[in-house]
Design a binder for this molecule. Structure first.
Ligand code: NAD
Length: 354
């Protein structure tokens, strides 16, 4: 299994190093046949070769079975379209990674803000109001005059259908409940098209219970009673925002795992950004990228019918969750005193000694 490792920007190199070491430890322990290729994208690549995404790196990502990608400091990228390619957005649109799977749950020992929660947000990842990825040519955001900004939201029948299918398939493997989050009371066509496809797909999964919730109410209900939700499906921006909210309820963005999946490619990338405020301080929480990496292994295991990969995925999340129980092996964002490197060492020891 060929995995490309791209550390990204800010805290990326620190946290991706932990996921990388964990993959190597899993391979030593379970002989899962990993071939890891380490390349550079983002600001380091910009400095070296004048673009955040060199063509050969994009080609290697295309050939890989999966990619582990660090966060991108996109706010610091040059506006120039070749030099400052938004690496996260580029992969999502060029590899058609239409499903962004973002789980959030309460874990033993971790100080969260709610007593109970175990849900997965299934976010459409290639359309919506994301101007840099919702058009083939040009951008979905433009300014006819300096005082007028317009942003176009995109919803297609196929885009809505396939994200609904991803959610219902996931629900079949969980508790057979789907919540579709929308704003069809105002965005009648955009959210309306989404709901129409949810309804159509729901007919193919009669055993799955479906409810529809308007996004503003959902923001409140997530805080009030997150335990009531299981699989939540929604369009791009609503999913982006609600998944950060859910991650925070579970303890913080440092736990926000996420997998970007399409029919051919898959990229593990934590939901959080490059955290410039703590970059280089050895205090970033690597659990989000570690669990994103576990999701990638699980996805590849299912795709290639490889039980060992699925076992590796389970072992990785189990070991990371166990470390979170103790304050000594929690990073400062979760009230602990552990450094990123120390967490990485403890994770590797725990995998190898398992
Ligand atoms: P952020 O997610 O980087 O940080 C928000 C807060 O969460 C900060 O206080 C940060 O310290 C904390 N945090 C995030 N990840 C953490 C971790 N693993 N451990 C401990 N604390 C963590 O969001 P931001 O500050 O709004 O954005 C910073 C940069 O990241 C911007 O350039 C933005 O464009 C970019 N960004 C990239 C992605 C991506 O690559 N997918 C996603 C979001 C933001």
């Amino acid at each position: 299994m060929n995995i490309l490792i791209l550390p990204g920007d800010g805290i990326g190199p620190e946290i991706v190093a932990v996921a990388d070491a964990a993959l190597q430890a899993l391979d030593r322990r379970l002989s899962i046949g990993l071939k890891l290729d380490h390349q550079v994208a983002g600001l380091a690549a910009l400095q070296r070769v004048g673009t955040t995404l060199p063509e050969e790196v994009a080609a290697k990502a295309r050939d890989a079975d999966g990619v582990v990608l660090g966060p991108a400091s996109t706010e610091d990228y040059p506006l120039d379209q070749r030099a400052g390619i938004n690496i996260s957005a580029w992969f999502r649109s060029h590899f058609d990674l239409y499903a962004n799977i973002r789980p959030s749950k309460i874990r033993a020992g971790v100080p969260g803000h709610v007593p109970e929660m175990d849900l997965i947000i299934v976010r459409e990842n290639t359309e919506g109001f994301y101007a840099d990825r919702n058009m083939v040519v040009g951008t979905g955001e433009f300014m006819p005059t300096p005082d007028l900004a317009l942003a176009v939201g995109k919803a297609t029948t196929e885009g809505c259908r396939r994200i609904a299918v991803a959610a219902f398939e996931l629900a079949m493997r969980r508790t057979k409940r789907v919540t579709a989050v929308h704003k069809a009371n105002v965005l009648r066509h955009y959210s309306g098209l989404f709901l129409k496809q949810v309804d159509a797909v729901a007919k193919e999964y009669p055993s799955v219970k479906v409810e529809k919730v308007i996004v503003d109410a959902m923001a409140a209900l997530l805080v009030r009673s997150p335990e009531k939700f299981d699989v939540v499906v929604t369009t791009n921006m609503f999913g982006d925002i609600l998944s950060d909210e859910a991650a925070e309820l579970a303890g913080g963005l440092g736990l926000a795992a996420s997998l970007n999946v399409g029919d051919r490619h898959a990229i593990a990338q934590a939901a959080h950004g490059s955290a410039p405020d703590i970059a280089g301080k050895n205090r970033a929480n690597p659990v989000a990228i570690v669990n994103s990496t576990a999701m990638l292994l699980d996805h590849l295991g299912a795709k290639h019918k490889d039980g060992q990969l699925k076992k590796a995925a389970r072992l990785l999340t189990e070991k990371a969750d166990q470390l979170l129980i103790s304050k000594i092996t929690r990073t400062p964002d979760l009230g602990g005193s552990c450094t990123t490197n120390e967490f990485g060492d403890a994770l590797v020891n725990s995998i190898v000694g398992a």
